[in-house]
Unconditional design. Structure first.
Length: 339
């Protein structure tokens, strides 16, 4: 979920072609949650194989990665590591929300309310360790690099942007900005036509590019103050102050300069806020990674998806053709550079 800064952050609309030949570090957990939430049957039931194992995450990972690579984008997935102890309250809270949503999904199905059932099913989505391992296995067979972060994947991805190893972080979460990642791309893994929940309305979702430098200039704040705004609103590591949204938090920080002064002025309290600041301003990251695209092991992909998980052979073959076409296109461009 992350911090809610959408109402105050300036965004620039983009198209997939704008990122051709650029390397983007995808927040893997964020993308996989999107896949298992969105890729479902009309009543909300996730896609499964003949052994009732969920395959929605693998479906999204294969076909969305294929489409992005076909568009000329180079991807590297970054997986979360061990979460901060301060995140455990958020994790437990999300688990309770999912449990409640699962019960409401079942009730909606019994009542025949398919629209409500799908909405509640999406809210009940869980990403299990097995799903994460399966995703890494598929990426490895596809030759797509992935990196294991020591802690927050967004922090590691942002660090890679700062180093110049990748162009941007691909994620839906505005937390990326609090980690001071220079460039955030939203909607990358959900670009296309999407139905609004509980409405018979479809919208066309396009990528959005957000540059932290532009955000700070637009809001008139420093990175440290942006982090304080996030803490006031509430992050994955702390509860915010009740009644304070992003616009009010910005106003308070502009007036009082820092979180301590704001809390003193409004008589509020936020536990461990200094530790939360440290998570964002001094995140745990690693230099021990290598971004390298390898050849696709087509037999391994087909055995894993078609044989083990009942994927359509034709559909998998079509996805693999996109990988091969992108590889041939890159090879041709490399040859042209010699003339």
């Amino acid at each position: 979920m992350g911090v809610d800064l959408g109402g105050i952050v300036p965004k620039e609309n983009r198209k997939l072609t704008d990122f051709q030949s650029k390397i983007i570090a995808i927040d893997a957990y964020n993308a996989l949650y999107q896949f298992i939430s969105i890729i479902r049957q009309p009543d909300g039931t996730p896609l499964t194989d003949s052994n009732d194992r969920v395959t929605s995450h693998l479906t999204g990972l294969l076909y969305r990665t294929a489409n992005l690579i076909e568009a000329g984008i180079k991807l590297v997935y970054v997986f979360d590591g061990k979460p901060s102890p301060l995140k455990m309250t958020t994790i437990e809270g999300r688990s309770n929300i999912r449990n409640k949503a699962a019960e409401e999904w079942k009730k909606a199905l019994e009542e025949g309310d398919i629209e409500k059932a799908r909405t509640k099913a999406m809210q009940s989505s869980r990403l299990t360790p097995e799903m994460v391992d399966e995703s890494k296995h598929l990426l490895n067979a596809l030759g797509v690099p992935f990196i294991q972060a020591p802690s927050e994947g967004e922090a590691q991805a942002g660090y890679m942007v700062k180093k110049g190893d990748v162009y941007a972080v691909g994620s839906q979460d505005f937390d990326v900005l609090l980690f001071n990642a220079p460039v955030l791309i939203r909607n990358l893994t959900v670009t296309g036509r999407r139905k609004l929940p509980r409405k018979n309305v479809y919208v066309n979702v396009e990528p959005e590019e957000i540059r932290t430098e532009n955000v700070l200039k637009h809001l008139g704040v420093t990175v440290e103050q942006l982090v304080d705004i996030g803490i006031l609103v509430g992050t994955d590591f702390n509860e915010g102050v009740k009644g304070i949204g992003p616009k009010k938090a910005l106003k308070l920080i502009n007036e009082h300069k820092n979180l301590e002064n704001v809390l003193r002025n409004i008589g509020g309290e936020i536990r461990d806020y200094d530790e939360v600041r440290k998570i964002f301003l001094e995140p745990r990251v690693t230099d021990y990674y290598k971004i390298e695209w390898k050849n696709i092991d087509e037999n391994a992909v087909k055995e894993f998806l078609c044989t083990a998980h009942d994927f359509s052979g034709d559909r998998v073959e079509n996805a693999l053709k996109k990988f091969q076409a992108a590889k041939e296109n890159r090879r041709q461009k490399s040859l042209e550079e010699w003339f």
